[in-house]
Write a protein that binds this ligand. Structure first.
Ligand SMILES: [Zn+2]
Length: 174
């Protein structure tokens, strides 16, 4: 296992759609192991392959993220291959949503309260499950990454342009 470099906006691989995984081979399994380690090291609760420069439809997430009462200190994650949201309902505001690929910024984002996700597990078995609240937000955020969409694409044009100005300033001052 290895920690991979997390790319940040406006890196190109973050802004383009990713390809479906056709075969779950050693390359994909290594990618998943590395993504899990990279996510916990960051630390974060979810990570999508384009964030480490691989445009394949793979995400990982912290299985304890949705349970604030869960005081388990073990780092356990799950990987989803070719995940798809097949049903949505309700709406919530994801407060101060942030992303490992968007530095020094967070914003309130409107998200679905519940989503049903269909995917393959690491062994290639089809799975389907319902995600609510925090887990639902993680699913929407990570699956967006696979379509080249960042949470800053889901906020108002005004807020986004303020962020871009702030970023441009920071890049210029380095
Ligand atoms: Zn993200």
């Amino acid at each position: 296992m290895a920690i991979r470099n997390i790319l940040t906006y406006p890196e190109k691989s973050l802004l383009q759609p990713s390809d479906e995984v056709e075969i779950i081979d050693n390359e994909i399994r290594t990618l998943i192991d590395d993504m899990g380690e990279t996510m916990f090291n960051a630390p974060g609760v979810g990570l999508a392959a384009p964030q480490v420069g691989i445009n394949k439809r793979v995400i990982v997430y912290d299985i304890h993220a949705g349970n604030p009462d869960d005081d388990s200190l073990t780092h356990e994650f799950k990987a989803l291959i070719n995940p798809k949201i097949i049903e949505t309902s309700g709406s919530i505001i994801s407060e101060k949503e942030a992303c490992l690929s968007v530095v020094d910024y967070s914003a309130d984002v409107k998200r679905y309260e519940t989503v049903v996700v269909k995917a393959l597990d690491i062994d290639g078995n089809p799975i389907e499950f319902k995600a609510e609240n925090i887990l639902s937000v993680i699913m929407q955020h990570e699956i967006d990454h696979l379509d080249g969409i960042l949470f800053i694409n889901r906020i108002s044009v005004l807020k986004r342009s303020l962020y871009k100005k702030k970023l441009a300033k920071e890049l210029n001052s380095n």
